[in-house]
Design a protein around this ligand. Structure first.
Ligand SMILES: [Zn+2]
Length: 306
């Protein structure tokens, strides 16, 4: 079962979240691999996508945003696009588009930032948007000020939190074929947080958190991780309540959305596809669902859409 553990440090304005995604993560990988032979992600892509999934789960549980939270990497290497998305009820999905070969030990830079053109975007898309309201999006480059490349997703996201949210954050992310996991430690934007003492408290806790190795995060249970890291701190754990949302797979795609997309393509283009293939088939990259539309379906879409 996938787990989310939230905690505070007593007397210190620092909070934390630990997530371990198991069933939902293996389902995402299974759905992707079932799309055909040689479809399974190469190791480094799989691990990057898992870290992204753990990251969005950490962020959603941290800010409790009433809408979709999306993390996207727009890459200029073999990974063209990687997306992880979380809903307010912790419905999760993720996918990556890869073109080309991946070396077994390829790092973040080699995957998505070969020519320093890679970008990381975080989008908050409210569920109940007011008329004219747009989703909020923040973008950070994958290179730290163009000087040194950031080789870990956690560093990119820490930079994002500092730049766009002005929040000191420490992240440890890890993933393999069975688990996507993460630890987030964040300084609360409390009043008087500028004092030296608070700064020292945060620094100490952040250092403890960053001493966590990826392998430990993937192999130790949550209790052991928290005890080993913070045994000298006073940890206040949030209890799990019945009905608390549990991370699970969910895809927000629908036939209706594909119909809108077909409408957006315009009659000429859709007629070309129909002439060539006899039908329009659209597959969902996230869940693998396929929607088919024949000439009659298409005619109805355009009739209804006009
Ligand atoms: Zn889908």
């Amino acid at each position: 079962m996938s787990e989310i553990h939230k905690f505070l440090f007593e007397g210190v304005p620092v909070r934390g979240v630990l997530v371990r995604l198991t069933d939902v993560w293996t389902e995402i990988l299974r759905r992707h691999a079932s799309g055909g032979v040689d479809r399974a992600y190469a190791g480094p892509v799989q691990n990057l996508l898992g870290e992204m999934l753990a990251a969005v789960t950490l962020m959603q549980s941290n800010i409790k945003f009433n809408g979709a939270l999306l993390l996207q990497l727009f890459g200029d290497g073999p990974v063209k696009l990687a997306v992880a998305e979380v809903q307010p009820d912790f419905g999760l999905r993720a996918t990556a588009t890869v073109i080309g070969t991946i070396r077994p030990d390829a790092g973040l830079g080699e995957l998505v930032d070969v020519n320093h053109q890679g970008r990381c975007a975080i989008t908050l898309d409210p569920t109940d948007k007011l008329p004219g309201q747009l989703a909020y999006q923040g973008v950070v480059p994958l290179s730290d000020g163009g000087q040194t490349k950031l080789e870990r997703l956690s560093s990119v996201l820490e930079l994002y939190m500092r730049q766009s949210e002005q929040l000191d954050t420490t992240l440890v992310l890890a993933a393999d074929a069975n688990m996507a996991a993460g630890l987030l430690i964040q300084r609360l934007p409390a009043s008087g947080s500028g004092s030296l003492e608070v700064h020292e408290d945060y620094k100490r806790i952040a250092m403890l958190a960053s001493s966590l190795k990826q392998e430990e995060l993937l192999t130790l249970d949550a209790e052991t991780v928290l005890r080993r890291l913070f045994w000298q701190e006073k940890l206040l754990r949030f209890e799990h309540l019945v009905g608390d949302p549990v991370p699970h797979f969910s895809c927000t795609c629908s036939r209706e959305r594909v119909e809108k997309m077909i409408l957006g393509l315009g009659t000429a283009e859709v007629q070309d596809i129909l002439a060539e293939r006899g039908e329009v088939e659209v597959g969902c990259e996230f869940c693998g669902a396929r929607e088919r539309f024949d000439a009659i379906d298409v005619a109805q879409i355009f009739k209804a859409g006009l």
